[in-house]
Design a protein around this ligand. Structure first.
Ligand SMILES: Cc1ncc(COP(=O)(O)O)c(C=O)c1O
Length: 380
């Protein structure tokens, strides 16, 4: 048996996305920039996909730009807002994905002021501290905060941050890479300046994503070349990827309620079984509103659990130590550090999809019994 509990790292691609992509691979080979019929067909497939994505978040078609994925989209939001919109100060958090943190480092080296908001014990930004930061300083400011944390599932109140940003004349970028397709997101109701998504997190293909850029923000090209993506990103479009992304997002939204119920059942059963069978279990986010597909579990120190990830893998279980980049290396996680997690405890991130089952949970629990301290059973 192989159990895949690493769906925050990536998700298996859905059959419908594969079908949509292979149809395009076979039949729609024109270059979308060519003006002949083959080119126009390819262009139409991309524009149809753009419409699907725009509808999914209630944006205008002209506000959606396809990219190579979440990393590029996040780079684009931060770098372009500094280069083109006069941003000189960015408020963010220490638990953002590395593609944000490393971009912030390079912007800081180029003179942009970076401020980090305080977090509570669950990793949620302290909204009063955010307000205080927004009230100080007179530089043009961008707030960049993720909607759902990929390691511990800390969840951001998008409306609240959006309103704070508006009240203080700041721009707002949110990384919705872990939440896109899992929660309703509507940019008509919740004003954001930039929002980013990545297909492989919602059962689409890898290497393709998108960015929503509010129409009020006029940016120069991020990748210089041809006039693709309305001049923002030169280069012949990844048409198969774009079509696959749109199909996967459409399904994720159509089936959002049912998928959520399945994932929550798996997560709740897992949580309950962990507490029942194992000693001194802690969860790295106890907030009611934690992202439902992520469960970050902290096991007590024990010689047995030293090579926990490796032993899980050998037993047929894929999970992660933190984000995917550090999952193999078992490096300490910057997120656990930021919420002051005990470095001596062993943190494993289990993350679920609607394809997981309660039987898989039972299998993982049985295997864990040989790997981490179990509760003593009281003999009557
Ligand atoms: C929160 C978050 N942001 C950004 C990324 C990067 O996305 P991509 O893998 O599409 O570059 C990821 C994926 O690991 C993520 O979880």
């Amino acid at each position: 048996m192989r159990v895949y509990f690493d769906n925050a790292a990536t998700t298996p691609i859905c059959e419908k996305a594969i079908e949509a992509m292979t149809a395009v691979m076979r039949e729609t080979y024109g270059n979308p920039s060519s003006i002949h019929k083959d080119g126009r067909q390819a262009r139409a497939a991309i524009e149809e996909a753009r419409k699907t994505v725009a509808n999914a978040i209630d944006a205008s078609i002209g506000e959606i730009f396809f990219t190579s994925g979440g990393t590029e989209s996040n780079n684009m939001a931060l770098k372009c807002s500094v280069r083109d919109l006069g941003v000189r100060r960015i408020i963010s958090s220490p638990t953002e994905h590395h593609c944000i943190l490393h971009t912030l480092e390079s912007l800081e080296n180029n003179g942009v002021e970076i401020c980090m908001v305080q977090l509570d014990e669950n990793g949620t930004p302290d909204y009063a501290d955010l307000e205080r930061l927004l009230n100080t300083g007179n530089k043009k400011t961008l707030v960049s905060l993720m909607h759902g944390n990929n390691e511990i599932g800390a969840f951001l109140d998008l409306n609240r941050v959006s309103e704070l940003c508006r009240a203080n004349n700041a721009l707002f970028h949110t990384d919705t890479i872990q939440t896109m397709g899992y929660y309703p997101i509507n940019v008509e109701r919740t004003k954001v300046d930039f929002l980013t998504g990545s297909a492989h997190k919602f059962h689409g293909p890898k290497g393709v994503g998108f960015i929503y850029i509010n129409g009020d923000n006029v940016l120069k090209p991020f990748v210089e070349g041809g006039a693709q993506e309305r001049n923002m990103r030169g280069g012949t479009e990844n048409i198969y990827g774009i079509v696959g992304l749109a199909k996967a997002l459409e399904l994720a939204i159509d089936e959002q309620v049912e998928r959520r119920a399945k994932i929550e059942a798996v997560r709740d059963h897992f949580k309950q079984q962990l507490l029942e069978h194992f000693e001194d279990i802690q969860f790295n986010n106890n907030a009611e509103d934690a992202v439902y597909k992520v469960l970050s579990v902290s096991f007590p120190p024990s010689p047995k659990s030293a090579l926990l990830l490796l032993n899980l893998d050998i037993s047929g279980i894929s999970a992660s130590g933190g984000s995917a980049c550090s999952s193999g290396a078992e490096k300490g996680s910057h997120v656990i550090q930021a919420i002051k997690g005990d470095p001596n405890r062993k943190t494993i991130r289990f993350s679920f999809s609607h394809k997981n089952t309660l039987e898989e949970v039972d299998y993982v629990i049985e295997k864990l019994k040989n790997m981490v301290p179990v509760k003593e059973t009281v003999v009557a």
